[in-house]
Ligand binder design. Structure first.
Ligand code: GUN
Length: 285
């Protein structure tokens, strides 16, 4: 029987645990706080930020939201980040991506103090992860790893195939799985014979942003499938969320699979809470 990996339930439990840790920090005079910067009016970004702020409330993390028009200059955004870097009451800084075209994402991310980089996107965080050193891990791969650890007794020696090579998911996921002694393959849009490569996976992580790309015939029987995709598609004139995996075809082949929605998505936000509590704890010494 295929196990449905319930990311919502796992995320709720993690957040309950974090909420009591935050209350204990409060009693020590530390109030974990995240600043969230949202530029422009991308509807998906607004939904993500709203969900992040709602979770902060549940976990008793203070959140500060800064919204800017998409005409804001890169310089003005850099100055805002500098302010927040210097504000000792703010422990984490998140700039919701994507940013408007005239703003250089890399310059903005580089401006965030690595100590407050709760998204784990700064090159110092990325470098630390690659070198196996201490640093913030990007939330989606961290959440995916937690779910894998929950369904597999050990990851050691398993072949993990990650489809997608983004800085936010594919590359950090590869570092995490390598650190757990997996044999790691990163496949991408130029990979030859993608179905055959996927079929070798004991662990298949789909993070490409293409609805239902991964078909039933691409999956080895008994594999664990982590679907990172959140694609908004129209089905019979109604908007629907679809993963990167064709769930209906894969669900009876895999030994365990994350659904969309309710799989990896809630874990991304829970891990943002986790990183923010870590940031507050470290900054409080
Ligand atoms: N846009 C899509 N996913 C993310 C994320 O995890 N963090 C930020 N900052 N922006 C995003």
């Amino acid at each position: 029987m295929t196990k449905l990996i319930n990311g919502k339930e796992f995320a709720d439990k993690l957040c309950d645990k974090l909420a009591s840790e935050v209350l204990s920090l409060h009693s020590q005079g530390v109030e974990p706080c995240i600043a969230v910067i949202l530029v422009g009016d991308d509807p998906a970004s607004h939904v993500y930020v709203k969900n992040k702020i709602r979770r902060c409330e549940q976990v008793h993390i203070r959140s500060l939201e800064f919204r800017f028009e998409d005409t804001i200059s890169e310089q003005a955004l850099l100055e805002k980040i500098e302010d927040l870097n210097g504000d000792s009451k703010v422990h984490g800084i998140l700039v919701q991506l994507p940013l408007p075209e005239h703003i250089n994402d890399s310059a903005i991310i580089a401006a965030i103090s690595p100590a407050k980089d709760v998204d784990g996107f700064h090159k110092e965080s990325a470098g630390a992860l690659m070198l196996g050193q201490d640093g913030f891990v990007p939330c989606t791969p961290l959440g995916s790893l937690m779910l894998l650890g929950d369904v597999l007794p050990t990851l050691s020696g398993l072949h993990a195939v990650i489809v997608g090579r983004s800085n936010i998911v594919g590359k950090p996921m590869a570092s995490l799985l390598l650190a757990k002694n997996c044999t790691v393959t990163i496949a991408h849009s130029r990979t030859q014979n993608l179905p055959d490569v996927c079929k070798q996976a004991d662990i298949l992580v789909a993070a490409v942003g293409k609805p239902e790309l991964i078909r039933g015939g691409w999956v080895k029987p008994g594999a664990v499938v982590i679907d990172v995709g959140i694609n908004r598609v129209m089905v019979n004139d109604a908007p629907k969320l679809k993963g990167d995996v064709c769930f209906d075809e894969v669900k009876d082949i895999a030994s365990a699979i994350t659904p969309v929605p309710g799989g990896v998505g809630p874990m991304t936000i829970a891990c943002l809470m986790y990183n923010t509590v870590e940031a507050a704890r470290k900054q409080a010494g």
